[in-house]
Design a protein around this ligand. Structure first.
Ligand code: TMP
Length: 203
């Protein structure tokens, strides 16, 4: 098994994945990056996606903006780092587009996949850590935040997104690791490190 060097963290808003991605990247000396907003251009695209004033943004336009962010990020950050022999830890990835724009916005999954195959020039994360956090923990965290356009999209949307993540994780068990986010931040971090080490990743 070759050592995976492109690792993505996925999950719902407020699931704790950013904290865990940062901890893991630091522990192995990897490049920490994120989608959306991992480049200057991507930060501007992220603003469009998150702005609650853009309530008329169509699902196709949303998917294309997310894919544009990704195309820039892969070309500017991910591929050069991999080419330089570094490991990438990405807070979200192409699988967020499948979950949110595909399952969540109910766009055809195969079409969204093809669009992103092109956007990424075929470069997909080798391992995905899916942080599956209890719904009530997420609801409690959300109740303390000023919600952006995605967070304000309603319960049915978020249920479809989480079901999408779970479906993808179950269908592609070689790539996905599901971590039930119960316990302290360091308990969850330890579970993640152990699971990634078992897949041959650095620890
Ligand atoms: P985050 O700061 O929690 O990562 O939030 C990013 C938001 O953008 C989150 O609501 C998910 C959403 N998103 C998409 O809808 N599609 C995508 O491709 C990505 C990367 C994020």
């Amino acid at each position: 098994m070759s050592r995976p060097r492109y690792i993505a963290f996925e999950g719902a808003e407020g699931c704790g994945k950013s904290t865990q991605a940062a901890k893991y990247a630091e522990s192995i000396g990897a490049v920490l990056t994120r989608e959306t907003g991992g480049t200057d251009i991507g930060s501007r695209l992220r603003e469009i996606l998150h702005d609650t004033a853009n309530d008329h943004l169509t699902p196709r336009a949303e998917a294309l903006i997310a894919a544009a962010d990704r195309a820039q990020h892969i070309a500017e950050v991910v591929r050069p780092a991999l080419d330089a022999g570094k490991t990438i830890v990405s807070d979200r990835s192409v699988f967020s587009t499948l979950a949110y724009q595909g399952y969540g916005r109910q766009q055809d999954i195969d079409e969204v996949r093809k669009l992103n195959e092109w956007a990424t020039d075929g470069l997909w994360p080798e391992v995905v850590v899916f942080i599956d956090t209890p719904d009530e923990v997420i609801a409690e965290r959300m109740s303390r935040r000023k919600l952006d356009r995605f967070e304000a999209a309603g319960d049915a949307f978020h249920e479809r997104v989480i079901d999408g993540f779970r479906t993808m994780a179950a269908a592609d068990a070689d790539r996905w690791i599901t971590v039930a986010a119960v316990g302290s931040i360091s308990d969850v971090a330890e579970q993640i490190r152990d699971a990634l080490a078992a897949r041959g990743s650095a620890s």
